[in-house]
Design a protein. Structure first.
Length: 455
């Protein structure tokens, strides 16, 4: 090779170095040339975390990798700042899509992604057709109201069944915490009767016969820890009083409190709204203590109206008979109105979110800061969705970041992440969904039979 050739090669390589090195250095430092903006910009990044592994990540139609098998996440850096159509796919699962912006020097997070199987495996729990089913807390027994108005008990472990009672109407079937006792109301003709079935003694107690001075008993509720005690309201001289039945002690009836508008039982005691004043109080399970929780009655309180308490201590809510919804401000000790046309409320598993919904709307009140994108803060209220069809039920999913809604005989899953469009999946056909955390099973009613599916 001549000296001239060596000189030419030297200058060629110098030129290539000058041409390639600056972009390479800039890229390594997180800079790229944006051809749309025609300037050098600093890149951003994307972090993805899913409920299952090996999920494909597509950015504006281009495959950029997969989430891990073990840690189920992925980090993609050196992305040009712009809006991407992000899609997460896995064969056999519903895909997840959202348009999100990648910003300079920042990481966009996609967490709490819940990919659901396109064909979820479901299992028939009970072949018996019925009007409604009630699953015991230990999930080993099912109380069924049959098509011919019989209350029947099925033991899933022994495969035995037992007919408890036949009536023209059966309602308010409530399991005790030990799964061995069952309360229910039954109507024969015009008369409503109240019963407790005890499995150990194989006895059916008619509370009307045991306590003949019952007037108009309402709001029966089991003790949350003691399955031998059940509470209810009854009227005495136009005043509602709270009574407790001790089933262990030969069915002793004891008055606990009087002047009660409504009440709720939680793990730490009894909460009640006083009828005359409209003030909220708390007591122990025997009614011996008294702690005032509010300084004033709810807005437009009237003794003539009906009220319902929702206690998820320390969060307490209240609904009136006009479906106005109130939330207890612990510091001010007053009920603050936060919603209208509300029929039910539920607390998330992480205790940071309160779900409340009406006929067609779903709302979430944030009770604590959520420091994961999208950020949400204590006191924020968010409309999750409005629906054309009426909502039959709405539940929290176990991750506290998705809701399970039931409408038009469809069970849907909707995410809380409100960036762009919320992903909503038609998961199953059925109604009356019931999620049991102990087994991770979702129970539901379809074609007159009880089914279960795993999340």
């Amino acid at each position: 090779m001549t000296k001239r050739h060596r000189t030419i090669l030297f200058f060629v390589f110098c030129f290539l170095f000058v041409l390639i090195a600056p972009p390479a250095i800039l890229y390594s430092q997180g800079y790229v040339f944006d051809f749309e903006k025609k300037r050098i910009v600093q890149t951003g990044a994307l972090f993805v975390e899913t409920n299952i592994g090996n999920v494909e990540i597509y950015l504006s139609g281009k495959l950029k990798g997969k989430t891990g098998t073990v840690f189920k996440n992925a980090f993609k850096k050196n992305l040009s700042p712009k809006i991407y159509q992000i899609e997460l796919r896995k064969t056999g699962y519903h895909s997840w899509k959202k348009n999100l912006e990648i910003k300079e020097k920042l990481t966009t997070e996609i967490k709490n992604v819940f990919l659901l199987p396109e064909n979820p495996q479901k299992e028939m729990v009970l072949e018996k057709e019925g009007q409604n089913f009630f699953i015991s807390p230990n999930e080993r027994k099912i109380a069924c109201i049959s098509l011919d108005n019989k209350l029947e008990l099925f033991n899933l472990a022994s495969h035995n069944s037992h007919s408890i009672l036949e009536a023209t109407e059966i309602d308010q079937v409530l399991w005790a915490i030990d799964s061995k006792s069952l309360f229910f109301k039954a109507r024969a003709g015009k008369k409503m009767s109240y019963f407790v079935w005890q499995e150990d003694e194989q006895t059916l107690i008619n509370l009307n016969k045991s306590f003949k001075n019952l007037n108009n008993p309402l709001e029966f509720k089991w003790h949350p820890k003691d399955s031998t005690q059940i509470y209810f309201l009854d009227q005495e001289k136009d005043i509602n009083s709270l009574y407790k039945i001790d089933l262990l002690n030969k069915g002793v009836l004891q008055k606990i409190l009087k002047n009660i508008k409504t009440y709720e039982i939680f793990d730490d005691g009894i909460y009640w709204l006083e009828e005359v004043s409209g003030l909220l109080f708390k007591t122990d399970f025997e009614g011996k203590s008294r702690q005032q929780l509010t300084l004033s009655s709810p807005q437009n309180y009237s003794e003539k109206n009906d009220y319902k308490l929702f206690v998820f201590y320390p969060q307490i809510s209240l609904k009136d008979n006009s479906d106005n919804f109130y939330f207890l401000d612990e510091k001010a000790k007053t009920f603050e109105k936060i919603g209208e046309n509300i029929k039910e409320a539920k607390l998330s598993k992480d205790s940071k979110k309160l779900l409340y919904y009406g006929e067609n709307e779903i709302w979430v009140l944030y009770l604590g800061d959520i420091l994961v994108q999208p950020f949400r803060y204590k006191g924020d209220k968010e409309l999750i969705g409005r629906f054309a069809a009426s909502l039959d039920a709405t539940l929290w999913c176990p991750d506290s970041e998705h809701l399970l809604i039931n409408t038009r005989n469809l069970i849907k899953i909707i995410e809380l992440d409100g960036r762009d469009v919320r992903n909503t999946i038609d998961f199953l056909k059925g109604k009356s969904p019931c999620y049991k955390e102990s087994s991770g099973k979702l129970y539901f009613f379809d074609q007159g039979k009880l089914w279960s599916a795993k999340f």
